[in-house]
Design a protein around this ligand. Sequence first.
Ligand code: HEC
Length: 136
Amino acid sequence: MVVNKGGGAICRFLIISIIVMSGWFMAPKASAEPDSFNGQLWFERCKVCHALTPGKNEKGPSLHGLFGRKSGTSPGYDYSLAMKKTAIVWTERTLDNFLATPKIVVPGLKMEFSGIPRPSDRRDLITFLKKTLASK
Ligand code: HEC
């Protein structure tokens, strides 16, 4: 009997460990560290309209040199009046705020994109953008 009780305790411990560990493995991905690969996947959506190459304006303006630049100033791009009137300096913080709800931050924006709801996805995308733009 004594042996059985001991075995039961070990068994319970193992079952609990397995439950805890599978919870860890299966948790939705929102790690503490920025995930540049997830950011790259998100950028696939931006890429439909935005290039990172200098001066390459497409449907949307080139995002080259974005960080530290004033909004609405990609040379040669025809911004909406709304964007021209907005005075944002693009930093991680202002970009994060903009990407959550672009059309609320800039009413009248002509960018057809509803936003990125999850904070960790925005952080990952911004990390990817910063890293990629730094090497351009
Ligand atoms: C369907 C096309 C489209 C998609 C998708 C899109 N954008 Fe845009 N974006 C635009 C357009 C058009 C503008 C210019 C808006 C205006 O002038 O009102 C713009 C403007 C911007 C600006 C302001 C640039 C500046 O020079 O001040 C930023 C930053 C931006 N987009 C980032 C993003 C990011 C990051 C994504 C992906 C998550 C994204 N956009 C997805 C079309 C798009």
